[in-house]
Design a protein around this ligand. Structure first.
Ligand code: CP
Length: 305
């Protein structure tokens, strides 16, 4: 029987570097089809279910978790948005989660806004909660798949210099990277309009995108999250100063990586032709997302996380 909270994966606070490396090693074994030591087939025909509760929109995270559970032989219980569920009748998000948990899935994958508290919820259910993007708080599987992509392409995360460009203040991805960077030893610098950067940030900031790109071994653009802004910014001005373009990317090393967690506003955070740059790993990030989520579910069910 799993303990009430110990196997949830909500942030990196309780996850050791050793466990992160174990997860990467499982993802690598899945990737290279080197599975004899991992008994994946043991989940087949066992009636195991996994609940995928997406209360906010998602393409990559939702479908990669869905692919991951399918490959593990686990049946997905899906809830997408409120349409067709009793949320439409006024049931609360928390009640929805508790009712699904009462059906005893092996784990709950949850994407939600800030109004749910995943830490509090994890004390009320008996199965692990896996954070699939929680408000502005964190998106740890995205940070993991980014780090896995960096490791795969550059050999290690340790010592890398990650430039995060854009709407950091509203980015759960960036906040998960702040936590993960401390575990894996990569440095972070930010670049963006002051109103997009976290208040009271004491780390490295580049005012000039060109200088930042000259420093970075990985340049990660973030989506401008207009839906979370009270004051609307000019996207053309943003692109002019902070968009990744063929021109300013001449400052980035030929060995460096260009990344974006998606979804991308093409022509704002980066130009369409940047997606064709050989340094650009945007779709590799998506492929690696399936490996990381499959590895995560496997490790959680095996009690290894
Ligand atoms: N990167 C990411 O979380 O994408 P989705 O919102 O499409 O899942």
């Amino acid at each position: 029987m799993l303990s009430r909270t110990s196997h949830s994966f909500i942030d990196f606070k309780a996850v050791s570097c050793e466990k992160i490396n174990k997860l990467f090693s499982v993802a690598e074994q899945i990737s290279s089809n080197n599975l004899p030591s991992l008994n994946f087939s043991r989940f087949n025909n066992t009636g195991k279910t996994g609940a995928l509760l997406f209360f906010e929109a998602s393409t990559r995270t939702r479908m990669s978790f869905e692919t991951a559970v399918a490959r593990l032989g686990i049946y997905p219980l899906r809830l997408d948005g409120s349409s067709g569920s009793s949320l439409e009748k006024g049931e609360t998000l928390e009640d929805t989660v508790l009712n699904v948990a009462a059906m005893n899935p092996s784990f709950l994958v949850i994407r939600s806004g800030d109004s749910l508290n995943l830490h509090e919820l994890s004390k009320k259910v008996s199965m692990p909660i896996l954070n699939a993007g929680w408000g502005k708080v964190g998106h740890p599987t995205q940070a993991l798949l980014d780090a896995y992509t960096i490791r795969k392409n550059l050999g290690t995360c340790e010592g890398q210099r990650l430039l995060i460009v854009g709407d950091v203040r509203h980015s759960r991805v960036a906040f998960s990277h702040f936590e993960l960077a401390e575990k894996l030893g990569y440095e972070i610098a930010l670049c963006g309009p002051p109103e997009f950067l976290p208040k009271n940030y004491s780390g490295k900031i580049f005012k000039s995108i060109r200088e930042g790109l000259g420093w970075a071994t990985v340049a990660m653009a973030l989506r401008v999250q207009l839906e979370r802004h009270s004051v609307k910014h000019s996207l053309s001005e943003y692109r002019e100063q902070f968009g990744l373009t063929k021109d300013n990317l001449s400052e980035l090393s030929s060995k460096a990586l260009i990344m974006h967690p998606g979804p991308i506003n093409q022509g704002t955070e980066l130009d369409s032709d940047v997606l064709l740059d050989s340094r650009c790993k945007v779709l590799d990030q998506v492929s690696n997302g399936v490996l990381i989520r499959q590895a995560l579910i496997y490790c959680v069910l095996e009690g290894e996380l």
